[in-house]
Design a protein around this ligand. Sequence first.
Ligand code: CTP
Length: 409
Amino acid sequence: MRNLTDRRVVLGVTGGIAAYKAVEVCRRLVDAGAHVIPVLTESACRMVGPPTFSALASERARTSLFDDPGSSIPHTELGQSADLIVVCPATARVISDLRSGRSGDLLTATLLATRAPIVVCPAMHTEMWEQVSVQENLSVLAERGVVIVSPESGRLAGGDLGEGRLAAPERILAAVSAALAGGSTADYAGRRVLVTAGGTREPIDAVRYIGNRSSGRQGHAFAAEARSRGADVVLITTSPETAPDDVDVVDVASADEMAQACSVHAAKADVVVMAAAVADFRPAEPVDHKLKKSGGVPQIELVPTLDILAGLGAVKPERQILIGFAAETDELESNAAGKLDRKNLDMIIANDVSKPGVGFEHETNEVVVLTAGGARQHLPLCDKRDVARYVLDAAIGLIERQSDNQEQT
Ligand code: CTP
């Protein structure tokens, strides 16, 4: 996230309980090189004291329109000089004010007095989050170009569980970085991304196959995210789900067909994301007609399929980023780390598919991302698109590091 260096970021903090998490976001923005100016609402000050933010940020925390000793018109100075404003957490109140153009305090006045991109990170109880009025306000803001970092599901204040918890700091930073890169992130422009998706189907006879529960949604989310960031995307998929617009789709069914298609497209790719659930075994001799009951219970001999990802790892071009998945039910991280190493990957996304809402057949995922360099990141239950966003950010980081190393040698 080098594009945060020296950028003036106004960090608006409103009075939700998640205000304490804004302290961590503040610290991470500063660590990433941003010049951070916290602006706290009156209610935010009841949650976390301004001195905490002043100590961590690049400038003292601002709290009022009127008693700022350094400026008589603080909102225009802040709004005009900001490269970006991020509101974290954003309560239903500030979302509504921003939508309707109301400015009752320093933060809302600054939000009106700016032409800089705005990133809003809502956090509230599930009932509030689901209110039609809140959702409508957010859609209007999104249409106007405000970036909304959707909240996650999890534990909320008061011990409740549900959607509405502030997004993880890494997602907020990724959104800030993307918005600074020009609203629409074009960080993959000119790069080729190959994605595989869905569960393979290994024929038994003319009508039956061995399959698995993979929906292909995670792979399709990767393809959509990469395309939206400017990549040329090839999607090799078994999934009947509609593919994202403007990607090259190669429809396949079996592991063999997927391996064939990968061998055509992988060498040219800058990033390969192997999200498909490839069968490890297939019937040795599929028959080309329908097996009849009258023939008795069939004995189906299985033989191993090719491990496509291990094959790609063995011939990986020097600057390619190779990303695999590990679908596990036990010993998630040690199994994933073994696959990362054995298959010569740069990154592996491990998910415990026995957990509710995780992996196969769900819209959501909870993953741990491990890199060959030893980094580890847990992403709590979130949209599959958010997983794709995080991983593609991390992959760009690896690509940039490779280029830096290349320049130095
Ligand atoms: N994979 C592959 N070809 C296979 C099997 C798996 O390319 N024949 C890829 C998957 O797409 C995934 C990664 O390897 O990115 C790990 O897949 P997973 O099913 O979790 O592990 P396996 O290697 O099959 O090992 P195990 O069955 O022992 O868990």
